[in-house]
Design a protein around this ligand. Structure first.
Ligand code: GMT
Length: 372
């Protein structure tokens, strides 16, 4: 099939998932055309049947806000016509679903039909999309998509709760390539991070308010009072500066390391003993699933779709949002002895296998075939 994929090219989960999906489909022989404003971060190396089309937004002194959506819709039309695309799959509703609707109407005038699938990822529904500034356009363009998918049952429910949706939403859970993440940890790297065999805890996110990274630090400090441990914080975003500043004031600040944005998560995660995700909401929590695939148990909140991936007392533990005491108690229960850590690690991997790329990608392929 000739498929167009539209996504954000950044480190966010929706862009990561869209890119991994495109690469997996290309491996299966499909031609994949990414349409976005920058090369997606997870798209590196040469793939004979992956094409990248950059959306250029010319500036003009009149534009305080360059019209990205117009440029995107025009690029979609151009790429669809010149590459004979059979389907457009857009990830994250805003503004991709609206731009896809516009492209579809332009092509319809020329007698060309193109099915559009919109995959809802989370904040496009729960935070941004609900805002009345966007809501009418988001509702309309979701209803105009030929198919809607959501990355969790919880997100499907949230969508029906917050928007007037007139069609079915199919849940296709996010996936992970377990083979890629399940690697032996690099001993030399582990030695640098934890020279005295300290437990290694990891958090990865875009440091937005919804992630409550301050709870990651508080949980870690409670754990650190009881056992030797070190915390790696991966990623970057608006909350990082003040969290880094306040972490510097703590007695254990030397055990907290901010590594910034990292592309090779599969090299870092395998050295970890525990992954912390303290979010106020996660539609799914792809970062936690990648950790589990690297055999790392997860301490998370029980918000949103997290209970669909993290099984309490098996692949890790879940606590109420903000309950850092409970999160640290649970973390210590896993970390305090090697046997318990070993069991939780094995369980985390087994749980990740349920969301393996080989199980989930065929669900998208089946949907594409139906739509085409
Ligand atoms: O987590 C973010 O803020 C980024 C956001 C995105 O759209 O890139 O992630 C959302 O989509 C991911 C992939 O489907 C999910 O794993 C995340 O849980 C979801 N984030 C939220 O719901 C807050």
């Amino acid at each position: 099939m000739n498929i167009g994929i539209v996504c954000y090219p950044t480190f966010g989960g929706s862009g990561v998932l869209a890119t991994e999906l495109g690469k997996a489909l290309a491996d299966k022989g499909h031609n994949i055309h990414f349409i976005t404003y920058q090369q997606p971060v997870r798209l590196s190396g040469f793939h004979a049947n992956i094409f990248y089309h950059e959306v250029r937004v010319p500036t003009y002194p009149l534009f305080d806000y360059p019209p990205y959506e117009t440029a995107l819709a025009s690029t979609m039309v151009d790429v669809i016509l010149n590459n004979d695309l059979e389907l457009l799959h857009v990830h994250y509703a805003i503004p991709h679903a609206a731009a896809a609707y516009m492209a579809k109407q332009i092509l319809a005038k020329q007698g060309r039909k193109i099915p559009v699938i919109t995959t809802l990822h989370g904040t496009d529904i729960t935070l941004v999309g609900r805002d009345k500034t966007y809501s009418p356009v988001v509702t309309f363009s979701m209803n105009e998509s030929d198919a809607l998918t959501a990355v969790s049952e919880n997100l499907k429910e949230e969508t029906f709760k917050n928007f007037h949706i007139e069609k079915e939403i199919e849940v296709i859970h996010n996936f992970v390539d377990v083979k890629r993440f399940h690697r032996r940890p690099v001993d030399a790297f582990k030695k640098v991070v934890a020279p005295n065999g300290e437990r290694i805890l990891v958090h990865a996110s875009n440091f937005r308010k919804v992630k409550r990274v301050e709870d990651v630090i508080s949980t870690f400090l409670l754990i650190r009072e009881k056992i030797p441990a070190t915390l790696l914080l991966l990623g970057d975003g608006p909350e990082r500066t003040h969290i880094e500043d306040s972490a510097r004031q703590c007695e254990s600040h030397k055990d907290i390391k901010f590594l910034g944005k990292q592309e090779q998560m599969e090299d870092i995660l395998p050295i970890a003993d525990l992954f912390l995700l303290t979010s106020e909401y996660e539609s799914f929590g792809l970062a936690a699933l990648e950790a589990m695939a690297a055999e790392v148990p997860v301490i998370s909140t029980n918000a949103g779709g997290l209970p669909e991936i993290n099984v309490n007392g098996y692949s890790g533990y879940m606590s109420n949002v903000g309950d850092v005491e409970d999160m640290s108690r649970n973390a210590l229960a896993i970390l305090q002895d090697d046997q318990s850590l070993k069991t939780f690690k094995a369980n985390a991997l087994a749980q990740a296998m349920k969301f393996d790329i080989d199980k989930i990608v065929p669900e998208y392929e089946a949907l594409y075939k139906r739509m085409i």
